[in-house]
Design a protein around this ligand. Structure first.
Ligand code: ADP
Ligand code: MG
Length: 471
């Protein structure tokens, strides 16, 4: 009978889904039109209820007849026994305390053998889940400078790290613009939890990596294993959750993982570049959950915090930079900690390169480079005009087929800069500069490059032209 139901179901859903959600089901008994099926986990049951109950109901009525009923028996996994060397078993918390809503469900979950699950995420023979938490020791609380801009987020993070799963911050939702310390804080929690509770399983993963793992698992027909793996983690950190936007399959799976972890008192830490209310492309039911804990935002650092951050990093790197320079940088680079760090790194690089002390001059060069507005895009056409101006020739000549030396050179220079300063392809440049093909443009670029290496006067010309073009 179940086989017939399966045939019916199989015809209506994609192969992958069928393999994921129906093949693991074991039919147990059929008594008075009540069919009992065995599913591996509670979430399996939930998922079927949510996604497939109509379809299954139809199949049952079709094959068993009207009045058919479905009951579930949820298996609990046995602990891994070393003797079963080839079958990896998955442990998850008992599901007894879940209220299985109103549907008729076998509540005496029978303890039975776990159906064999091939699990690529679990190392065979290892009883406890032993995974690399993917934490960078640099991103500790100690290295995170506190300021008004991040005080709330930081103290919430510390509270979570002390008592994962037991604070009001579950999920802890950290949000703010890029470069303000979301990843750093989220990692700090992981590091601290590992320090205080070495036995807890902590995992940091970017939303993109999570998506890839999920997609791969679907392709390998191991989406269940993927889900089980994540459901065993005590402290799960997912970075840049906004990346899940529009990815429905991943969102659905994450939803189940979220529920499972949350209900079993495990801690979730999510980061995002936007507040939950402002996230787009995310399922409502996920957004609702994101708002459960208190979303905590990170703001741009104020002047004093910027100075503190710079000084901390300078101290750590063991370099000496005067207060004047620190203040100069802090007053010019204002809204992003990553850029503050970037400024320090370039400063250090420049002073090493020139074997010079770090002066205000060097600092201002570095800062200007970092804060200068992005250039307005220059076009191939504008490049041709400026090159013509420079050489005192006219556009028609540049575009013509003439082989006169100075014109050929101007044409090649125009091609060279078009290649280097625009995103145009070689063939597009060629077609705009006198209907040449891409090979001609490529040749021109090489010729210009070679010439400037051997001819200093030409090199200076190029510099001058580049200056004009960048104005
Ligand atoms: P986000 O994830 O928000 O884009 P990151 O956490 O990657 O930002 O932070 C960018 C850089 O700035 C990192 O190197 C981080 O260590 C540093 N940083 C951010 N905030 C602080 C802070 N309050 N104290 C020290 N370093 C910080
Ligand atoms: Mg980040």
């Amino acid at each position: 009978i179940w086989a017939e139901c399966l045939n019916y179901i199989q015809a209506s859903i994609p192969v992958n889904d069928f393999q994921t959600w129906f093949e693991p089901i074991v039919p147990l008994k059929l008594e008075q039109r009540v069919l009992t099926i065995q599913v591996p986990t509670y979430y399996f049951y939930e998922f079927i209820e949510e996604q497939y109950i109509k379809l299954v109901g139809k199949a049952l009525r079709e094959i068993i007849g009207s009045g058919a009923k479905l009951e579930y028996s949820v298996v609990m996994a046995r602990k891994h026994t070393p003797s079963a060397s080839n079958s990896y078993t998955v442990n998850y918390p008992a599901a007894e305390r879940h209220d299985l809503r109103n549907r008729a469900v076998d509540k005496k979950y029978s303890r039975q053998d776990q159906p064999q699950i091939r699990n690529p995420f679990i190392i065979p023979g290892v009883k406890k889940l032993d995974i690399d938490p993917q934490l960078n020791p640099e991103y500790s609380f100690d290295n995170f400078v506190e300021g008004d801009c991040n005080r709330l987020a930081r103290s919430a993070s510390e509270a979570v790290a002390k008592n994962p799963g037991k604070t009001a911050f579950n999920p802890l939702f950290l949000y703010g613009n890029s470069g303000l310390g979301k990843t750093h804080l989220a990692q700090a929690i992981g590091i601290e939890v590992k320090k205080q509770y070495p036995e807890k399983t902590v995992l940091y993963v970017s939303a993109n990596k999570f998506t890839t793992q999920y997609t791969d698992s679907v392709a390998r027909n191991s989406a269940n294993d993927f889900m089980h793996f994540y459901q065993m983690i005590d402290v799960l950190i997912i970075d840049d959750i906004q990346e899940l936007a529009g990815k429905e399959g991943t969102q659905n799976t994450f939803f189940h993982i979220f529920n499972h972890l949350h209900q079993s008192g495990k801690q979730l830490i999510l980061t995002s570049d936007k507040a939950p209310v402002a996230l787009k492309g995310m399922k409502e039911r996920l957004l609702t959950r994101f708002k459960w804990g208190l979303p905590a935002d990170l703001q741009s650092p104020d002047f004093n915090t910027r100075v503190d951050i710079l000084k901390t990093k300078i101290y750590k790197d063991g370099i000496s930079v005067s207060d004047e320079i620190v203040h100069y940088i802090a007053s010019h680079i204002t809204d992003n900690v990553r850029e503050l760090e970037g400024a320090l790194i370039s400063l250090l690089a420049m002073s090493t390169l020139n074997r010079a002390e770090i002066t205000l001059d060097i600092a201002s060069t570095v800062v200007n480079r970092l804060v200068s507005k992005p250039q307005r895009e220059i076009t191939v056409d504008q490049i041709q005009r400026k090159v013509c101006d420079f050489y005192g020739i006219n556009m028609d000549a540049l575009q013509s087929k003439t082989r006169k030396r100075e014109i050929v050179q101007a044409r090649q220079v125009a091609m060279f800069f078009s290649k280097n300063l625009t995103n145009s392809s070689l063939s597009s440049i060629g077609s705009q500069i006198g209907q040449r093909d891409h090979a001609t443009v490529l040749h021109a670029c090489k010729a210009v490059k070679n010439l400037q290496e051997t001819n200093t006067e030409f090199k200076h010309q190029l510099k001058e032209i580049e200056g004009l073009l960048r104005q």
